[in-house]
Design a protein around this ligand. Structure first.
Ligand SMILES: *[C@@H]1O[C@H](CO)[C@@H](O)[C@H](O)[C@H]1NC(C)=O
Ligand SMILES: *[C@@H]1O[C@H](CO)[C@@H](O)[C@H](O)[C@H]1NC(C)=O
Ligand SMILES: *[C@@H]1O[C@H](CO)[C@@H](O)[C@H](O)[C@H]1NC(C)=O
Ligand SMILES: *[C@@H]1O[C@H](CO)[C@@H](O)[C@H](O)[C@H]1NC(C)=O
Ligand SMILES: *[C@@H]1O[C@H](CO)[C@@H](O)[C@H](O)[C@H]1NC(C)=O
Ligand SMILES: *[C@@H]1O[C@H](CO)[C@@H](O)[C@H](O)[C@H]1NC(C)=O
Ligand SMILES: *[C@@H]1O[C@H](CO)[C@@H](O)[C@H](O)[C@H]1NC(C)=O
Ligand SMILES: *[C@@H]1O[C@H](CO)[C@@H](O)[C@H](O)[C@H]1NC(C)=O
Length: 203
């Protein structure tokens, strides 16, 4: 009786702590590539759900690696299975699309770099759970992206990246009317998103 009450409290505490962290994709149509993902850097803990919210333009959110920012992780390294939203083309009248990335036991505290196919070379990249005290920073990742995939032929080492966004957005989202699988997973919460995420690991 007492034990199950303690377990109940622990589970409740975990559920209360779990939060949705929204990354808005394409929300700033007048900005450059570095505004594709807002914020570009988020911190997420076990049980949290990082949600890419595609609101404007034709974009994607694809996991990559620090060394090759604009190449999908599984292409850069066959033993990696990163997330890949595919393209979402949002025009006026199209409802926003959602790609959830749940933080599970197997990816907690793991640095997950990601990019958008269409703006990567202009800095359309971001990261979940990086270590800004290490040599692999968001600013360095943006420099890599511009250097390897940018159209600017001159040295772009001066590209100053903002990593000011250390705090994650925590507002709880309302479900959208979109009926894609990812959105359905979002509606049933993290638990519902687990099979989707795990299934995507084996695609
Ligand atoms: C969009 O990006 C531009 C350039 O980075 C910036 O000046 C502007 O404030 C941004 N607008 C919004 C609404 O974030
Ligand atoms: C979105 O961008 C990709 C890559 O540039 C392109 O292949 C695709 O056709 C675009 N989608 C739409 C609907 O325009
Ligand atoms: C590929 O990923 C695996 C698993 O993370 C890692 O052990 C290995 O070192 C990586 N290989 C290369 C060439 O980076
Ligand atoms: C993840 O990082 C947090 C904060 O540094 C730490 O408390 C926790 O033990 C870590 N979890 C794992 C599974 O390494
Ligand atoms: C970036 O450049 C690499 C190497 O040329 C290429 O394989 C990759 O497809 C490019 N990525 C994008 C998003 O264009
Ligand atoms: C971040 O990187 C620094 C420098 O490499 C290292 O000392 C520190 O332990 C790292 N922090 C975590 C949480 O891994
Ligand atoms: C190209 O890079 C140079 C040096 O970093 C910079 O001054 C210039 O503004 C860049 N041009 C474009 C179009 O991004
Ligand atoms: C995504 O962005 C749209 C437009 O700003 C907003 O209406 C919607 O609530 C957002 N969805 C989530 C899950 O944050």
């Amino acid at each position: 009786m007492y034990t199950s009450f303690v377990v109940f409290l622990l589970v409740s505490a975990w559920m209360v702590a779990a939060k949705d962290i929204i990354i808005t994709v394409g929300g700033n149509s007048s900005g450059d590539g570095t505004t594709t993902f807002q914020p570009q850097r988020v911190v997420a803990e076990l049980g949290d759900n990082v949600i890419f919210n595609f609101t404007q333009g034709n974009h994607s959110a694809v996991e990559s690696t620090f060394a090759q920012p604009c190449v999908p992780a599984h292409v850069a390294n066959i033993s990696l299975n990163g997330f890949d939203s595919g393209f979402h083309d949002i025009t006026n009248g199209t409802p926003p699309a959602i790609q959830p990335v749940p933080i599970l036991v197997q990816n907690v505290n793991q640095t997950m770099w990601f990019f958008d196919y269409n703006t990567c070379g202009e800095g359309g990249v971001g990261v979940i759970n990086d270590n800004e005290s290490s040599t692999e920073t968001l600013a360095g990742f943006i420099r890599n992206a511009v250097k390897l995939n940018g159209t600017n032929t001159t040295d772009s080492s001066s590209s100053s990246a903002s990593s000011a966004s250390h705090s994650a957005t925590t507002s709880a989202p309302a479900p959208t009317s979109s009926s894609n699988a990812a959105d359905r997973a979002l509606r049933v919460g993290v638990v519902g998103a687990l099979p989707l995420f795990i299934a995507s690991l084996f695609l």
